[in-house]
Design a protein around this ligand. Structure first.
Ligand SMILES: N[C@@H](CCC(=O)N[C@@H](CS)C(=O)NCC(=O)O)C(=O)O
Length: 282
């Protein structure tokens, strides 16, 4: 059994904001992740989990300190699990740019050297981390998944491709069509190589198009209209268009004046937690 070690804990809104570390077999390195345990958490009764996937440059700590999610997670009785965004450490390949390497794992399984030894965030999020959580905490079987920007991409792709494991998916300002935007094209060409047919499994628009009629997972997406990456990285809109095309009943909302930051996330995280709570407890 994989061991996790608690490295910190602080009481907030009656629950505990903890941080853990462990040796990851999928990433071949030591990893940290954060967990919020609401006051309702008790060993006798399984609690619903929301996995939060963060964006470029983040660790597990950005969401914990900036999103203000603990108050509502406490009220609703939801466990928040917040992983890091890439493998870490001196042995792990990196790049000077903020959008490649450590802090930019893109929630995929890299196939190209030098990335292929450690960059398996897809396996980590889909298999290893949920298995660790189920072993160490008393949780419900199906989880919710949400994320921001690169993490919104991760949540959508992982939720859509593994619907049997998730109750619901939501995203803030997600990268929805990485095959067609600069962030995605750069990351995918390094991690996956030049053959673009290998990229499509990690593209939410492509998954939506491929699986039309089969997908049913409830989906909520929020987008700020003053987000400086909205146009340049083709966030959100192409997925809304694809949902219309295939008749997928996702909820999209656009908000005047909000940017790409955690101020936007903290303004709407309550709605996302209430959205997921409906399905986690159904
Ligand atoms: N220029 C920005 C681009 C990266 C960015 O905006 N990252 C977003 C996710 S795509 C973020 O959450 N940054 C960390 C934070 O705001 O705490 C930076 O280097 O921070």
């Amino acid at each position: 059994m994989s061991q996790i070690e608690k490295i910190s804990g602080v009481k907030v809104f009656g629950g505990w904001q903890n941080q853990y570390q462990h040796e990851s077999s999928s990433l071949n390195c030591s990893m940290k992740f954060s967990v919020y345990l609401p006051p309702a958490y008790e060993q006798q009764q399984p609690v619903g989990v929301l996995y939060w996937l963060s964006g470029l440059t983040c660790t597990d700590e950005n969401f914990v300190t900036k999103a203000g999610a603990q108050r509502i997670a406490s009220e609703l009785g939801i466990i928040l699990v917040i992983p890091d965004t890439s493998p870490r450490g001196d042995e792990v390949p990196n790049d000077d740019a903020y959008d490649l390497g450590q802090g930019a794992g893109f929630y995929l399984n890299a196939t190209q050297p030098p990335w292929d030894k450690h960059y398996h965030m897809y396996d980590y999020i889909v298999n290893e981390l949920p298995s660790l959580i189920k072993t160490n905490f008393n949780v419900r079987d199906k989880a919710a998944i949400a994320g921001h920007s690169m993490g919104g991409h991760g949540a959508l792709v992982i939720g859509l491709a593994n619907q049997m494991h998730y109750t619901s998916v939501s995203a803030f300002a997600p990268i929805v069509n990485p095959c067609e935007c600069d962030w995605g094209k750069k990351a995918f060409s390094h991690y996956l190589g030049d053959d673009q047919s290998a990229w499509q499994q990690y593209d939410a628009c492509h998954l939506m198009q491929q699986q039309q009629g089969i997908l049913t997972i409830p989906m909520l997406v929020d987008q700020g209209l003053a987000d400086n990456f909205y146009e340049s990285q083709k966030l959100t809109k192409p997925l809304e268009e694809m949902c219309k095309q295939v008749g997928y009943p996702a909820q999209f909302a656009y908000h005047e004046g909000y940017d790409h930051s955690y101020f936007f996330i903290s303004s709407f995280i309550e709605q996302h937690l209430r959205f997921h709570h409906r399905y986690l407890t159904a």
